[in-house]
Write a protein of this length. Structure first.
Length: 332
């Protein structure tokens, strides 16, 4: 090769490192360029993913709801509900809790809450056939409370929007109203409380929640008492779910109610509606406007015991509110 080739060609050959080396270096350079390009693309893709993830986390944080559970041992004024033996064959299951931090003053917050409660009654409560929700202004309650069953002619209540009446007379009034409603609308279906009357058919005793002064504050599945009705000024709520079906249904309904309350509270906080803009409830103008400082709800446990003080259920327990949505943080 030395004899047959020009000196320059030989020197170029040796400088390249021998047969095929020059070409190999060129190929290696191309491979390295491809690897670098691939790495850059991978880094860009990773950065894009991280950015997308951060954006999702920011959105989740904006939508995040918080429910803090306060245990009975941490509450100096823990509320206990005693259950009489009389409810066993009538409507034996009850679950209760207290919710603080619910903002009902803001705009249409109260109306939205009442609409949500009605929707839960129609859906998860199967039109009150499996369970019934009752909400009370905690500040108007006189506890301890008793869950009892009483004869229709001795059970007295001040129904929402009505005067005090015996249960037997209330049902008679509602039945008469239902009859008039059918005649006027010329159809079989009725609305309001009238559609729940058949749920008490054949009962010798009617279930009721009674306060320390022996006032009936709840008559499930028909009505609550006007004495403990929630208003825009209500700051702390006493929640009650009763059922003739099962204790688990009471817990499921209460879970759904608290999750919905957390959603509504977050909505009210974010919307910044004018305090007291809803005409539904009076007595708001007597109080100065209060801007909510947080959408966090606090749920206080309530114990339900039998007449001897033996624990029947405490809500919420460690196993409650376990299937809450991903954007709801439960602080136990």
């Amino acid at each position: 090769m030395v004899n047959g080739c020009p000196t320059k060609s030989v020197l170029d050959y040796l400088r390249a490192g021998g047969r095929g080396k020059g070409k190999g270096k060129q190929q290696d350079g191309e491979v390295n360029e491809k690897v670098d390009s691939s790495r850059n693309a991978s880094k860009k893709k990773s950065a894009a993913k991280q950015k997308s993830k951060k954006e999702e986390e920011d959105v989740d944080e904006l939508n995040q709801m918080v429910v803090r559970i306060l245990h009975i041992s941490e509450s100096p004024t823990a509320v206990t509900v005693k259950v009489s033996a009389a409810v066993k064959d009538v409507r034996p299951y009850i679950v209760c809790c207290i919710v603080k931090g619910m903002n009902l003053r803001q705009g249409n917050s109260l109306k939205r809450f009442l609409v949500a409660q009605t929707k839960l009654h129609d859906e998860i409560c199967a039109k009150r056939t499996t369970a019934t929700i009752a909400t009370h202004d905690l500040g108007l309650l006189k506890y301890p409370l008793l869950y009892d069953a009483r004869p229709p002619d001795t059970l007295k209540i001040i129904p929402l929007g009505r005067k005090e009446v015996k249960a037997v007379d209330l049902l008679r009034q509602l039945q008469q109203e239902a009859h008039e409603q059918r005649k006027q609308k010329k159809r079989q279906n009725v609305s309001g409380l009238h559609k729940y009357l058949q749920l008490l058919d054949g009962k010798d005793l009617y279930p009721c929640l009674v306060d320390a002064e022996d006032h009936v504050i709840s008559f499930p599945p028909i009505t609550n008492s006007d004495k403990t009705k929630i208003k825009k000024t209500t700051k702390e709520l006493f929640l009650e779910v009763t059922s003739s079906t099962s204790l688990q249904i009471c817990k499921d309904v209460m879970d759904a109610l608290i999750i919905k309350m957390a959603e509504l509270n977050k909505l009210s906080f974010d919307s910044k509606e004018v305090v007291g803009s809803d005409e539904e409830t009076t007595a708001v103008s007597d109080h100065p406007a209060e801007e909510p400082t947080s959408f966090e709800l606090t749920v206080l446990q309530v114990k339900v015991v039998d007449v001897d003080g033996n624990l029947k259920v405490v809500y919420p327990s460690k196993t409650d509110l376990m299937s809450s949505p991903s954007n709801l943080s439960i602080i136990r």
